[in-house]
Design a protein around this ligand. Structure first.
Ligand code: ADP
Length: 483
């Protein structure tokens, strides 16, 4: 028996290539809360990946030739359809991904916000006329769509990681092929269904499902028609894709791993800091690349912070994401649980104290207790690696300089957070943190209005805001002489 959503129209079990449903539904998609089957999708490989790119290539010129207003209208209809189907999409997402329904609804809103924003932005992708160096010539700068965009996305945000890439790409006139994570392909296919209904011509938006990510990734990075490879996922895979793309000098946009520091200074509003730490740490069971991974607390407020944090954590409710009042679903897989256990075991063996949780949850499966560990130090694995689970490791520090040094002592540079009230400190610390994004007195930073992205080994390129279209346009300079 399958636990599908109630609307079968949104429950596609085939890939979507060139406006057609392709492949046989063989690969199971399971609910991480129950292990039950949610649906099946095809196991396509290199051949279908190339077919999808060919289709996107054929669709490119006509799509780019539409007026911005025409593309905008289709995107806007897609946005309206996503919002109109929010409940169905959220339920499907919770079933295949595990996050609580309230968070799934939030993600659908977030995912839709990119479609809305870039539907509007489509009309404002303008070029320049520049002062000339010759009286008989003029300098014009065009911003033209780059061409076919191939994307690979992860399972932690099954909808938003796709729309954040495709909405700006489609808005400027690119066409798009995505390979979603095989843990969560059904949300991607439901989005394709709605894209078709919104009126995207065939070949403009394609979804390829398949188990052999490496084979599909090779085609995406080597096919001559692909102009931009956009990836969100691990740093390890990002490096593989970047080196593969180098052979064809393809542009790559990479949103990779993080190891976010969350710093609480003595002058912080402590209740606000605890609230921020809770959302930043435990959202999506700690499975986001911007989740607080290392919590540094200044010695003057260390004990008080730990007490308040532990109390807040005791109020979290673990269970199936579809149950009322649940704030913590299961982790995505048992491997994810094993990584959390490895990090915890390492910390405890080196002297960290468990203040809350610390083990698998009584519900079994991939459920894990929301955990707080104190007295964590820089030599423990949690200080260096991304845990991607519901464990809050709390470190003590003494001075502002020390906090900055600890925070920057990582090859990652995605998000950082800190809580302070002193205005001088706010500027000093914000400027010294080597991160693409800094949340100051806030544990939540994501919005379609701001440029999301990292520095160092967390990647490059920005998604969201006006900057989000930059990856998908080429600059062309025209010198018009003989005037
Ligand atoms: P995560 O830890 O989030 O699963 P991954 O980087 O392994 O991070 O996965 C993110 C996406 O990258 C998924 O869609 C996955 O299938 C894909 N992927 C994994 N390995 C490769 C590879 N060698 N080439 C291309 N894509 C890959």
């Amino acid at each position: 028996r399958m636990d599908g959503p109630t609307d079968p129209a949104l429950h596609l079990m085939q890939a979507y290539i060139d406006g057609a449903l392709v492949g046989e539904p063989t690969e199971p998609v399971t609910d991480p809360a129950t292990g039950r089957l949610v649906g099946r999708v095809p196991d396509l490989g290199a051949e279908h990946a190339a077919q999808a790119i060919d289709a996107a290539q054929r669709a490119f010129r006509p799509w780019a030739a539409k007026t911005a207003k025409e593309r905008s209208a289709i995107l806007r209809r897609w946005f309206d359809l996503v919002i109109a189907n929010k409940e169905e999409l959220a339920l499907l997402m919770t079933r295949e991904q595990g996050k609580p329904l309230a968070e799934a609804r939030g993600e659908i809103d977030y995912a839709a916000s990119f479609i809305e924003f870039y539907a509007e932005e489509a009309k404002r992708v303008s070029g320049d006329t520049l002062p000339t160096h010759r009286a008989d010539a003029r300098i014009l700068v065009l911003r033209q769509p780059a061409g076919v965009v191939a994307a690979i996305t992860p399972w932690n945000f099954p909808a938003a990681m796709i729309t954040r890439k495709c909405a700006p790409a489609l808005a400027v006139g690119c066409t798009f092929v995505v390979k979603p994570a095989m843990e969560t392909p059904l949300t991607a296919l439901a989005l394709a269904r709605l894209a078709e209904e919104a009126g995207f011509p065939k070949g403009v938006f394609n979804v390829v499902t398949g188990q052999d990510a490496a084979a599909i990734g090779k085609v995406f990075t080597s096919h001559p028609a692909v102009r931009v490879v956009s990836f969100t996922g691990s740093t390890e895979v990002g490096k593989i894709l970047m080196s593969q793309a180098a052979a064809g000098v393809k542009r790559v946009a990479l949103e990779l791993g993080g190891n976010a520091p969350f710093i609480v200074f003595d002058d912080a509003d402590l209740d606000a800091a605890v609230e921020g730490a809770m959302v930043s740490k435990y959202r999506n069971m700690g499975q986001t690349c911007v989740c607080a991974n290392r919590i540094y607390v200044q010695s003057g407020v260390y004990d008080a912070f730990l007490e308040k944090l532990t109390r807040a954590v005791s109020r979290l409710k673990v269970g199936s994401g579809t149950e009322e009042g649940v704030t913590q679903g299961p982790l995505i897989t048992l491997e994810a649980v094993e990584k959390v256990e490895r990090h915890l075991g390492d910390a405890v063996s080196k002297g960290a104290r468990v203040l809350a949780g610390g083990k698998r949850h009584a519900l079994g499966g991939s459920f894990f207790e929301p955990t707080v560990v104190a007295d964590v130090t820089q030599d423990m694995a949690v200080a260096r690696e991304e845990t991607f689970g519901p464990v809050a490791p709390v470190f003590r520090f003494e001075t502002e300089q020390q906090a900055i040094e600890y925070a920057n002592a990582t090859e990652f540079g995605l998000a950082a957070y800190f809580y302070a009230r002193d205005v001088g400190r706010i500027f000093r610390v914000a400027e010294a943190l080597e991160y693409g994004m800094v949340g100051i007195n806030s544990g939540l930073i994501s919005t379609e209005l701001a440029p999301f992205g990292g520095v160092k080994e967390s990647g490059h390129g920005r998604e969201g805001s006006q900057r989000g279209v930059d990856e998908f346009v080429d600059i062309k300079y025209l010198l018009v002489a003989g005037i």
